[in-house]
Design a protein around this ligand. Structure first.
Ligand SMILES: [Fe+2]
Length: 361
């Protein structure tokens, strides 16, 4: 990278050069510098913009580099920040592969025109069409179920076979939840809107709000900790958070996890199946290294990577032939809802309105 080597030289010559460098960063053309994404001729590279911050991902990227010689450079941002950054960078973005959680985020990326068409037979063969964009611009690479976590000494699991049960008045003052602005909750409610319409979704949300033990706050792990601390008996969380607490290196977390059970809701023959969302990725619309980006995505859905993701991150694979590690197999068979993942994005705004009307902050 010309700019990079230029910058190293200037910085080494003294403080003033730093100011010059910033000005050049802002006004590249005026400084006569080369574009920052000029390809390196000796090293193949893929720039990954990701809203996932898991060690497992870094291990997979390292393995990909070891296999292919392609260097993986990551830029980590939260979902909304990632979208804003990509929009600000426009066609000058160095992003090659965009990795995120939740079909709602993938929908937003696609709607914003930030993803290139994904033409990969390897991906189409590996991943069930259900977990791929109907418009062919992203693919899921892992699955996560939204489950009911409950305090083992306070709740009979037969009373919580459905997400509907969290609205049951038997649970007044006993439910913890995270904010409705969180995309996991928005997508879950979007799926309910797709199945039953906004009016029924509102009635359910109002019932859950009436059962809140406290105002929504924190992430999924915080809901589990609140159960362990006795603040509430029930919470909605993604399945892997409890599995991670169970194998935490912190003994206090393991003790907390020992007080908590979880159940896949809505598994009965007349029930819709548990709400399942994905992590996924797509090649950036202006990717400087689209071939490398596609190669990394193909690697992520390979049997090897799928098994590792399941093992290290406790997410379910998207390819049926990837073996389940013991921890995932032990939590039992998962029957998931058939609601199209595209509906999660399409009903996102309506889900936000329903949450607001229900008084779920
Ligand atoms: Fe998560």
């Amino acid at each position: 990278m010309l700019l990079l080597s230029l910058s190293r030289r200037r910085v080494s010559r003294g403080g003033l050069a730093v100011g010059l460098l910033s000005a050049c960063g802002l006004l590249l053309a005026a400084c006569g510098g080369a574009p920052p994404r000029e390809p390196d001729e000796t090293q193949r590279v893929v720039n990954v913009y990701t809203s996932r911050h898991y060690d497992a991902d870094q291990r997979l990227y390292a393995l990909f580099t070891a296999r292919t010689g392609i260097e993986v450079r990551t830029q980590e941002k939260r979902g909304e920040e990632l979208l804003a950054l990509l929009q600000a960078e426009g066609d000058q973005s160095p992003a090659d592969l965009i990795v995120t959680v939740d079909a709602g985020n993938l929908y937003r990326l696609q709607e914003a025109g930030l993803l290139a068409p994904l033409a990969s037979a390897a991906i189409a063969d590996a991943v069930d069409a259900r977990y791929r964009d109907p418009n062919g611009r992203w693919t899921g690479f892992s699955r996560r179920a939204r489950v009911i976590a409950y305090r083992l000494d306070a709740v009979d699991p037969s009373s919580i076979t459905s997400m509907d049960d969290l609205a049951n008045q038997a649970f007044r003052g006993r439910v913890c939840a995270r904010s409705s602005t969180n995309i996991y909750n928005l997508s879950m409610l979007a799926a309910r809107i797709e199945r039953h319409g906004p009016d029924a979704a509102l009635v359910w949300a109002q019932g859950v709000v009436a059962n809140f033990a406290r105002a929504p706050r924190g992430g999924d792990t915080d809901q589990l900790k609140a159960i362990a601390a006795g603040e509430c008996d029930l919470a909605i969380v993604n399945h892997y958070y409890l599995l991670r607490m169970q194998r935490s290196e912190d003994p206090a977390e393991r003790e907390a996890a020992a007080l908590i059970g979880m159940t896949f809701p809505d598994q009965g023959p007349n029930q819709p199946g548990a709400h399942v969302n994905i992590s996924g990725a797509g090649v950036a619309a202006h990717a400087p290294h689209p071939a490398e980006a596609q190669a990394l995505l193909e690697f992520l859905v390979s049997t090897e990577a799928q098994s590792l993701l399941a093992e290290l991150n406790e997410e379910f694979p998207v390819r049926p032939d990837a073996p389940l590690p013991e921890a995932l197999a032990a939590i039992g068979p998962l029957r998931e809802e058939t609601t199209p993942l595209s509906a999660l994005g399409q009903h996102q705004a309506e889900a936000a309105r329903v949450f607001e009307a229900a008084g779920w902050p």
